[in-house]
Design a protein around this ligand. Structure first.
Ligand code: KG4
Ligand code: ZN
Length: 339
C-alpha cells in the first residue's frame, strides 16, 4: 500500500510517500523558519498561509521523486493534531480533497505518535515494548509504548517543553529563532563548571518535568554576567547540561519503574548531540538498547506521518472525511489500529 503523508501541524510543510512493502519512497520538506524569524516565534496566521502556498507543489514534487502518479496512491495520512488549528486545517483539507478525488481512504494521525514511531523509518528498528522520551518544541513526555497505539504517559512537562526552554533561553542569549540548534552550537565552545544550574524536579519522586525555572535561572545569570561571547557560551553549556542531565535522570527512573530495557528518543530535541551521546553512554553501561531517528526525522517531517498512517490504513483503519482537526489531543487517548 502506497500512502501519501502530509504534515502541517506547525511551521514545516512535510510530504512523503511510504510503501508498506518498499518503505519510504520519497519525502520533501519546506521549512518556514525565515517567515517567522523576524517575529521571534511562529505566527499562526502566516504559518497557515504558507502551508496553503507550498502544499500542492510539494505533493507534486514528492510524487515525481517517487516516480508515481496521483492515481498510484492507495491512501492518504495527514496530521490531525495536536498543533495550530489553521495549520492543521491546511493539511487536512488537502488530504480530504485528494482522498475524495482519488477515491482512496484517509487517516488522521497524531503528531506525537508520528514522532515516537520515527525510528521505525530506520534499518535498525526498536521492538515493542519500549520507553519513549518525546522532546519537541511543544511537548516533553515519557511514554511507555506497549505496541503501536498503546501509550501510557509516565510523565510530562508541567510548564515549558524542553525545546521551548531551549528556544527561550537562546533568545535571551541573543540567538535567532528557533534557537535550540544555535544554543547547542554555542555550547560547544562553552567551558563546563562555570555555572551551576538546578536540575528541576529531580529531588522528588515522579517522572514529570519542569523547565520554565531553568529559563528564569538563565535570564538572571545572563543579567549578572559580563555578556562576553565566552561567557554566553559558558552559560549555554551550563543550560544544556542541566536540561540533558534532568532528562537523563527521568529516563533512568522510567526504565527502572517499567522494567523495560529499550528506549527511543524522538522529537526535535532528539537532534541534540549532547543528549544523544549522554543517553548513548548510559545505555551502553547499563545494557539498555537506545534508538534515535536519523537527524532529518527528529524534527517535523512528512515521513513519520506517512509511516504511522500507513500502519493504521493497512490495518483497515480510516478517519471520516468530515472529522474535524484536533488542536488538543492527548496521546494516551489513542488506541491500536482498528482491524
Ligand atoms: O519536533 P519539532 O520539529 O517541532 C515540534 O513538534 O515542536 O521540534 C522543534 C524543537 C525546537 O524547539 C528546536 O529548538 C528544538 O526542537 N531543537 C533542538 C535541537 N534541534 C532542534 N533543541 C536542542 N538542540 C538541538 N540540536
Ligand atoms: Zn513535532
Amino acid at each position: 500500500m502506497k500512502v501519501l503523508g502530509i504534515e502541517t501541524s506547525c511551521d514545516e510543510t512535510g510530504i512523503a510517500i511510504y510503501d508498506s512493502n518498499d518503505g519510504l519512497l520519497a519525502h520533501q520538506l519546506y521549512s518556514q523558519v525565515k517567515t517567522h524569524a523576524d517575529y521571534g516565534g511562529v505566527v499562526p496566521e502566516l504559518a497557515s498561509r504558507d502551508h496553503v502556498r507550498k502544499i500542492v507543489p510539494l505533493v507534486e514534487r514528492t510524487l515525481e521523486l517517487a516516480k508515481l502518479k496521483k492515481a498510484d496512491v492507495d491512501g492518504i495520512a495527514y496530521t490531525r493534531g495536536p498543533g495550530l488549528v489553521g495549520a492543521l486545517l491546511a493539511g487536512a483539507s488537502m488530504a480530504k480533497a485528494l482522498a475524495y478525488a482519488l477515491d482512496v481512504p484517509v487517516v488522521g494521525v497524531h503528531h506525537m505518535e508520528g514522532h515516537l514511531l520515527a525510528p521505525m523509518l530506520d534499518e535498525k528498528k526498536p521492538e515493542y515494548p519500549f520507553v519513549a522520551l518525546l522532546v519537541s518544541g511543544g511537548h516533553s513526555m515519557l511514554v511507555e509504548v506497549t505496541e503501536i497505539g498503546k501509550y501510557t504517559v509516565l510523565g510530562e512537562s508541567v510548564d515549558d517543553a524542553a525545546g521551548e526552554a531551549f528556544d527561550k533561553t537562546a533568545k535571551l542569549l541573543g540567538l535567532d529563532y528557533p534557537g535550540g540548534p544555535l544554543l547547542a552550537k554555542l555550547a560547544e565552545n562553552g567551558k563546563t563548571g562555570c555555572y551551576q544550574f538546578p536540575r528541576p524536579m529531580t529531588d522528588r519522586p515522579g517522572l514529570d518535568f519542569s523547565f520554565s525555572g531553568l529559563k528564569t535561572f538563565a535570564a538572571n545569570t545572563i543579567r549578572a554576567s559580563d555578556g562576553s561571547p565566552q561567557t554566553k557560551a559558558n552559560i549555554a553549556k551550563a543550560f544544556e547540561e542541566a536540561v540533558v542531565d534532568t532528562l537523563l535522570i527521568k529516563c533512568k527512573r522510567a526504565l527502572k519503574q517499567t522494567g523495560l530495557t529499550r528506549i527511543v528518543l524522538a522529537g526535535g530535541v532528539a537532534a541534540n548531540r549532547y543528549l544523544r551521546s549522554q543517553l548513548g553512554e548510559f545505555a551502553q553501561r547499563n545494557k539498555i538498547e537506545v534508538f534515535y531517528p536519523s537527524f532529518e526525522f527528529c524534527t517535523d517531517n512528512g515521513a513519520m506521518i506517512a509511516y504511522a498512517g500507513c500502519m493504521r490504513l493497512v490495518a483497515g483503519e480510516t478517519t471520516d472525511k468530515r472529522a474535524s482537526v484536533m488542536p488538543r489531543w492527548p496521546i494516551d487517548s489513542l488506541h491500536p489500529p482498528l482491524l
